[in-house]
Design a protein around this ligand. Structure first.
Ligand SMILES: Nc1ncnc2c1ncn2[C@@H]1O[C@H](COP(=O)(O)OP(=O)(O)O)[C@@H](O)[C@H]1O
Ligand SMILES: [Mg+2]
Length: 239
């Protein structure tokens, strides 16, 4: 087995990258695919919070700083198919720079054979330097159905195209059919030139899940956003 590596990306913050990465990784592992979720957003790492996972001993930073071995920083829970490599919220004075991420490809090479999917949450950026470090990585772009998010998503798409990095799709998150002003799928397709477009509807249950520290696709499987994400997971495992 060679893992499909998916980096969840967006130039803008707050669009739903972490929500998507967490729930997609959880949903894919629930489909019996061995999945590793990595929090590579060293500046504002929140993935562990979505699992109510606090007080872990080692994190991605410790691996990058050679204070821990990779296996010591990978955790599992009830589902043996789901593994998490978290980052730690650190004090603002500490070194948050991404330069150490250069080493990520070394241990990803080591992990590739152990998983079906490796999902990576990243910080908001146009900078495709990070994904370029990862051999064979695919990108999943997250955006919202408004013009400014979509302008940024389009710019990111163009950067990724130039670099020859595969885009598996565009997730349009926080879709609300009652807001008529939101961009339609047709408009998004025309604007971005992307054809694989998935939507996740706006859903207050997303906040409940975060509060509980249980991913939405587990805590509220029947909620509209969970159904959308599970649907995306089912399609992604077939790509
Ligand atoms: N589909 C959704 N419906 C409602 N709220 C959402 C949805 N997706 C994300 N959110 C909320 O939007 C905020 C930003 O989401 P987050 O995943 O942290 O974004 P990012 O990682 O891109 O900064 C969070 O408060 C999250 O709970
Ligand atoms: Mg985030």
């Amino acid at each position: 087995m060679v893992a499909k590596i998916i980096v969840v990306m967006s130039p803008k913050g707050g669009v739903g990258k972490t929500t998507t990465a967490v729930n997609l990784a959880t949903a894919i592992s629930d489909l019996n695919k061995k999945t590793l979720l990595i929090d590579a957003n060293l500046e504002t790492p929140h993935v562990a919070v979505y699992y109510g996972f606090v007080g872990f001993k080692y994190s991605l930073e410790d691996v990058l700083n050679e204070k821990a071995k990779i296996q010591e920083a990978i955790y599992t829970g009830d589902n043996p198919d789901f593994h998490l490599l978290p980052s730690r919220v650190i004090k603002s004075s500490q070194d948050k720079s991404m330069h150490k991420l250069i080493k990520i490809n070394i241990f990803l090479e080591e992990l590739k054979d152990k998983y079906d999917f490796i999902i990576i949450d990243s910080k908001p950026s146009y900078d495709i330097g990070f994904i370029k470090l990862i051999k064979g990585a695919n990108s999943l772009i997250i955006s919202n159905p408004d013009i400014t998010s979509m302008i940024e998503a389009k710019k990111l798409k163009e950067e990724l195209d130039i670099a020859g990095i595969k885009i598996i799709g565009l997730v349009v998150n926080k879709v609300n059919s009652r807001i008529k002003e939101q961009m339609t799928e047709k408009e998004i397709k025309e604007m971005t030139g992307l054809s694989n477009i998935w939507k996740i509807r706006e859903d207050s249950k997303v906040y409940n899940a975060l509060k509980q520290g249980i991913p939405l696709v587990i805590s509220s499987q029947k909620s509209i956003a969970a159904r959308d994400i599970i649907n995306i997971a089912k399609q992604i495992i077939k790509i």
